[in-house]
Design a protein around this ligand. Structure first.
Ligand code: XIL
Length: 369
């Protein structure tokens, strides 16, 4: 452990200089009169100086049954996202019958803890209710009916939570890994116009909530983030109410870091969009060794720094803060260790690194463009 700490301290100095050296002034290498002298604060407190909400995805059964989880979710974070309970299959398990219970509980928890709620998600190709996918598959729900169902779903859900949601992921993962519109029931049945329609329906139901697209593998500059850049530019040109882009941030140490993440975040910002890191986690092939420990820390830090340097990056959310309740191990064979706290809720080097990043960065950012 000692060796890791020394190696990390060296890496930190180099990163800090590379990232912040350019803005040095006569007052020293890290200007900003209010820079905290100690990192012994929660992420949510350290984020305040940057007007940056630090969020976590919330697992509702952990929240109900595990007091440590509940305490940390409330004290460490200033935003929450429902890990599952605002998805269509949970909200409308039977056609025409909504179940708001768990989602409402999360909204109440957030309110009690001074947190904002990131809404996830109105339209996706996964976690759709069985009645819907079966109906499309057997032809009993045709394109026209499907369009009506989508419209009703979006309007009902956005109306139910009107005034309580900070931003909605209106569409989730609509571009595939070849940078094409993803082949889903939505694209097949409704054609590419469904994306603009979804945003307009959401706007109809809540005139104020911010509306986002959200996807993975768009952290750096690559073909998929290029496709998003073109898509949002086109949508905004057509007057579609897109306010922001959610960059999920599911990284894996086996792949190496994304290329030019700050440049990527900043190009969306230059379009006048908000950005947010919506689902950060950094997984590894198990068992982990020292290089993966350092790489995980670097991955979280790289995403957080890209956000901090981007004027309108408004939220940095981790997809589960503890390995005790984290989706990766159930989803990617032989992989895990993806959260900033381990399964005993002990902080990892990644957590300390994020605190240092928040303490070092200049604040507040200028958002007047
Ligand atoms: C995941 C949840 O974490 C799991 O509990 C669930 O079984 C599957 O979905 N991208 C997203 C999230 O937008 O909704 C996914 O969440 C993770 C990938």
């Amino acid at each position: 452990m000692k060796a890791i700490r020394i190696a990390m301290a060296g890496a930190l100095t180099a990163t800090a200089l590379a990232t912040f050296g350019a803005s040095a002034t006569a007052t020293g290498p890290y200007p900003g009169p209010d820079r905290p002298q100690s990192i012994d604060q929660s992420l949510r407190d350290l984020g305040k100086r940057h007007d940056l909400r630090i969020g976590t995805a919330v697992d509702m059964s952990a929240l109900a049954n595990d007091a440590t989880y509940r305490d940390m979710a409330g004290s460490e974070f200033s935003a929450v996202t429902a890990e599952n309970v605002m998805k269509w299959e949970v909200l409308e398990p039977q056609r025409g019958t909504y179940d708001w219970t768990a989602a409402d509980q999360l909204v109440a928890f957030a309110r009690a803890h001074g947190q904002r709620v990131h809404g996830h998600t109105l339209l996706w190709h996964n976690q759709l209710p069985g009645w819907l996918t079966a109906g499309v598959a057997d032809g009993s729900i045709d394109a026209e009916e499907l369009r009506g169902l989508l419209r009703t779903h979006i309007i009902d859900v956005v109306s139910h939570f009107r005034g309580k949601i900070w931003h909605w992921d209106v569409v989730n993962e609509v571009i595939d890994d070849n940078a094409q519109l993803r082949d889903t029931i939505w694209l097949r049945q409704l054609g590419p116009g469904y994306i603009a329609d979804a945003f307009r329906w959401a706007r109809e139901a809540d005139p104020r909530v911010k509306l986002y697209l959200n996807d993975y593998n768009i952290e750096g500059v690559n073909a998929k983030s290029d496709a998003y850049y073109d898509l949002v530019k086109r949508l905004r040109g057509d007057g579609v109410p897109v306010a922001g882009i959610g960059i999920q941030g599911h990284l894996g140490t086996q792949y190496g870091p994304p290329t030019n993440a700050p440049e990527n975040f900043l190009r969306f910002d230059a379009l006048g969009l908000e950005t947010a890191v919506t689902e950060a986690d950094v997984r590894s092939v198990m068992p982990i060794e020292n290089p993966e420990i350092s790489a995980q820390s670097h991955g979280f830090s790289l995403l957080l720094q890209a956000c901090l340097i981007t004027p309108r990056c408004v939220m940095f959310t981790v997809w589960g803060f503890t390995d005790r309740y984290q989706w990766v191990s159930g989803f990617f064979d032989g992989q895990g260790w993806a959260a900033p706290f381990d399964e005993n809720f002990a902080p990892k080097p990644a957590y300390q690194q994020m605190r240092v990043d928040l303490a070092l960065a200049n604040g507040p950012r200028k958002r007047d463009r």
